[in-house]
Design a protein around this ligand. Structure first.
Ligand code: NIG
Ligand code: FE
Length: 380
């Protein structure tokens, strides 16, 4: 069943030879089969009119924590009154997650994934990290696998109440990884004061890498530290957050080709300073934008909101922000099949109810998504 996408006001495809105006696409068998001038488009079984709207690759949200029980609205409200964020808040969600049934966790993760899809996210990475026992991490990853093909084992999220940090780290790198690796495509660790040390993270991440998992690191979020250098030394796919960076950290990311996944909605929600995105881009680091959707620091699934924040607070142009939210996310996930609309890419795209990507920043908070197509199927 082929689908012609036409009446495109502007096409952002990131494909070097594709036109940006008077363009059309043909989607067939779940992939982009043709892209070129509308006047040369072949006949198709069906037509989707963009009605003059801008067409973008579907957003690639490369960092989410979608599997959890309960919420932390009380903590958020206290933060509005001046209480600072601390890593220990994670334990509140761990208790609620352990108490939730598999069905409840799945229903909640599916609801959030659907919410994300409606705002244009067609690829989503989903982490565990609120179970923190072998069985609870395993079932969180089983839930994650039902909502996404990009799943990350984050047993090293925080040391559970009453556990010895070294013994818990050994468990994560041993039995927990054994149980979780078959359900995961990536491994992550929270390298931060109040969470795990550089050495503890290295133990977990190296064990995950030895199992063939892509390495991600929650790095330099709450303060300066060794997380980014660790990511570079391990040849990680991504270093995420990157809020507090030295010049040496920026060079290390560039030299090791580690993607910096920036999550400005977390900085917005925790009233943090923002990541030095311009320094990263100007140094030649590949930057991705993600929601970091989680109940503690960033309870949003909206990539359009993240793009708007990146323009206003990180100093990106709308084109740079959309690039980071699409092809940048794909690089962080090491998935070249998404994030662009070249021939052979997955047929995942967004049609905006606006003539250019600039409107995502210009009209923040407004639902500008006219259509979403995932694997060639019009889902919105
Ligand atoms: O990415 N930094 C660690 N993990 C999450 C926060 C998790 C939580 O507070 O529940 C983050 O911000
Ligand atoms: Fe996170």
């Amino acid at each position: 069943m082929s689908l012609l996408v036409t009446d495109v006001g502007r096409l952002v495809s990131w494909a070097p030879d594709a036109p940006t105006t008077d363009a059309a696409l043909v989607l067939d068998d779940g992939v982009v089969a043709w892209v070129g001038p509308a006047s040369e488009a072949p006949a198709c079984d069906d037509v989707l009119s963009a009605e003059g709207g801008c067409v973008l690759p579907g957003f690639v949200d490369s960092h989410t924590h979608l599997v959890f029980g309960g919420d932390r609205v009380a903590e958020f409200t206290a933060r509005l009154a001046g209480k600072p964020y601390a890593a220990g808040g994670i334990r509140t969600t761990v208790a609620a997650t352990r108490a939730a049934s598999n069905d409840v966790l799945l229903a909640s993760a599916q609801r959030l994934a659907t919410e994300a899809l409606r705002s244009g996210t067609t690829t989503l990475e989903v982490k565990s990290g609120y179970g923190l026992t072998v069985e609870d991490e395993r079932r969180c990853l089983a839930v994650a696998s039902s909502v996404s093909r990009h799943t990350t084992f984050l047993g090293a999220h925080v040391v559970p109440e009453g556990s010895d940090p070294e013994a818990y780290t050994a468990l994560v790198a041993g039995d927990m990884l054994d149980a979780c690796a078959p359900l995961a495509t990536g491994v992550d660790a929270f390298c931060e004061e109040g969470a795990f040390t550089v050495d503890q993270c290295r133990e977990v991440l190296s064990a995950g890498a030895a199992r063939g998992l892509h390495v991600h690191v929650h790095a330099n979020q709450l303060g300066p530290g060794g997380g980014v250098q660790l990511a570079a030394s391990l040849g990680a796919a991504s270093a995420d957050h990157c809020t507090h960076l030295s010049d040496e950290d920026v060079s290390a990311l560039r030299d090791a080709a580690v993607v910096a996944v920036l999550v400005p909605a977390a900085e917005f929600s925790t009233r943090s300073v923002y990541a030095p995105a311009r320094r990263l881009l100007d140094a030649g680091v590949t930057v991705a934008l993600a929601t970091d959707c989680n109940p503690g620091t960033s309870f949003t699934t909206s990539m359009p909101f993240v793009v708007a924040l990146a323009c206003r607070e990180l100093g990106l142009t709308p084109a740079e922000a959309v690039r980071a939210a699409t092809v940048g996310g794909a690089a962080a996930l090491r998935d070249p099949s998404v994030g662009h609309l070249g021939v052979g890419a997955r047929a995942d795209l967004v049609v905006l109810a606006a003539p250019s990507e600039d409107y995502l920043a210009y009209r923040p908070g407004v639902d500008l998504v006219r259509h979403v197509v995932k694997e060639g199927v019009v889902v919105r």
